[in-house]
Write a protein that binds this ligand. Structure first.
Ligand SMILES: [Fe+2]
Length: 266
């Protein structure tokens, strides 16, 4: 996790509303317009259903209370405005309380295509649609509770599971492989790469393997884990994840499929 950011999150006013500038709304509009065109036939149906429930505005950055009204109705979740970067403890504590952290800044035009910090477009467009889904919401809530109780060392293993599911997960469906990871769904380049490129490896989801797989945050992913069914997230949440973390720690990490220089381990 990066320690500093050039971005500054905006604080909500007393009414909970955030005041965005015209150019910030314009960046949202352009990101939204470009990404929404790529979704049909690529995003999983649970995500698309959630996106229609949220009914996000295309031309302006939504206020978090608009999203909360939908999430609370479907799964009891809501968003929490946070600074550009938060530590593991705050992150897990929010998830354990069914609050999804949303950094309240939007990327600059210089980083229009890619940025390492999760901005409001990534959090809202990438993740919030699936927080209307019971299996995804249960997995994310369970993950938060486990992470909150976990040791610093175990949290680094848990971070890999989040990365290969919530951020960069794929799922098999009768219509073909689809995307559910928000890191992919908020990135036009990776939306195409994850499904259509011959470069990355796609392997069946296995919790123990995911816990042992190193990743980097600054490259297109060389490997994606594919769920056999979306509701496997619910089953995974009910499995002994911390037992698997202990096992993974004994077995150690796999060799990375990328240049280890500047490898990301948590
Ligand atoms: Fe994310």
């Amino acid at each position: 996790m990066a320690k500093t950011s050039k971005y500054h999150a905006k604080n909500p006013g007393p009414d909970g509303q955030i005041s965005w500038g015209l150019d910030e709304h314009k960046i949202w509009k352009e990101l939204f317009g470009r990404q929404v065109r790529l979704l049909p036939g690529r995003a999983c149906e649970q995500y698309l259903h959630g996106l229609s429930l949220l009914d996000l505005p295309s031309h302006r950055i939504p206020q978090l209370c608009e999203i909360d009204a939908v999430l609370e109705k479907h799964t009891g979740w809501r968003t929490a405005p946070v600074p550009a970067l938060i530590n593991f403890s705050s992150f897990f504590e929010l998830l354990a309380n069914k609050q999804f952290p949303v950094a309240t800044f939007i990327r600059s035009r210089e980083e229009f295509d890619y940025l390492q910090e999760p901005d409001i477009f990534h959090e809202v467009f990438g993740h919030c649609p699936l927080l209307t889904n019971t299996s995804f919401a249960h997995f994310t809530h369970t993950y938060g509770k486990l992470g909150l109780a976990a040791s610093k060392e175990d949290r680094i293993y848990l971070a890999r599971l989040y990365w290969f599911t919530v951020e960069f997960g794929l799922v098999n469906t009768p219509a073909g492989t689809r995307i559910y990871g928000g890191g992919i769904l908020s990135s036009p380049g990776e939306t195409l790469e994850a499904l259509e490129s011959q470069v990355p490896v796609r392997v069946p989801m296995n919790t123990l393997d995911a816990l042992r797989t190193p990743y980097r945050i600054d490259i297109m992913q060389p490997l994606y884990y594919v769920l056999s069914d979306f509701d496997d997230l619910f089953t995974m949440a009910e499995s002994d994840i911390m037992g698997l973390v202990k096992h993974a720690r004994k077995l150690g990490l796999f060799e990375p499929l990328f240049t280890p220089k500047s490898a990301q381990v948590g």
